[in-house]
Write a protein that binds this ligand. Sequence first.
Ligand code: GLA
Length: 404
Amino acid sequence: MTLPARAPSDDSGLAADLVRHAARLDERLGSAGGGGTRLFFSPGRVNLMGAHLDYNGGPVMPMAVDRGTFFAIRPRADRLVRFASTCEDGGLECDLDAALPPASATWTDYPLGVVRALLADRGAPCGVDVLFGGNLAVGAGLSSSASICVGTALALDAVWGLGTSAMERIRAALWAEREFVGVQCGIMDPYAVGLSRPGHLLWLDCKDESTEHLPLDTDTLSIAVVDTGVRRELAQGAFNERVAECARAFEGLRPFAPGAQCLRDVPLAVLEEHGDVLDDASAERARHVLMEVARTFAARESLLAGDPACFGAQMSKAHWSLRDLFRVSVPELDALVELSLEVPGVLGTRLTGAGFGGCTVVLLKREARDELAARLREGYRDRFGREASIGFFDGDAGPREIAS
Ligand code: GLA
């Protein structure tokens, strides 16, 4: 399936999608005798450089994309909070005046975690009904979780009149994922969802949390996201294992790197000289991290110098390192990378997100889009007997209310 690109500033298509989404609110949650329904959108993200660097204090270069989570939300006359989804089974009902429920290992943990974070030190004036939905593949490395969490924070902030800042909403989203859902994720995803701008990559230095918006020439360049369709059941556990291996690498190397505050600060020469203090897995993970830091700075320089081919070359090198050193790739991702690199006009490609399945991101010249789509469709079907779905994504302005 090839999805058409959309002008990033044009919300009219989105408004129509959200109105259709809201029409299912009564059907799913009944009518509720409160005020009117409000509509919100929150994007997903792709990361172009800085793979698995955020929880190691390194730099990352993501952007929000024009696919994401839809919210139809209305206040209730009572104190109930009720969640349903057009994409997932199950839902949640709880009472704001009783103890909020514990995590249940279902999708509702994400918005419930946000409710808990927002209400940790303040009250809510009324109950709410929320119908979630959207057009972002879930579990595909496009940060559907940060999309739902940051968007929930904005929608609740608006309906409850909490007056939170963008940073407070990002913090609430992070708390929900880390402390309530239990994934030891870094800061990249909610920052990318919350702070990106169309036509730019977000430069986020995860050590001091400073950000910059770096222009990407979207008149001549395009970003494709290609979904392998592979989802790994235990991906969260494998992700937490990578976090632990990197932490072990830092603990092992820090005695040789005075002043280092995180793995990103350890010089590569220290790893070369003292790597034998580490177990094999931690040594490989550390090598990926330290070389990816260097690649990400090189990619930044290429972008600023107007050299997207050099930027793309760093992306592809990152993929081989994710396969061989960080070991988060799967054959389907490798095949998509290999097939993409055969297409003239493709500048670079790699897996995006945590890995273990999910999507690749491709940076290419705009005129190469049709050929890329045709070659990937055919090549992937030949190798794996099924279609890879390819979409051309535009950047996005971040979580917002959409006028109906
Ligand atoms: C997941 C995590 C992010 C980041 C990426 C890998 O998406 O949620 O914090 O670590 O993996 O770069």
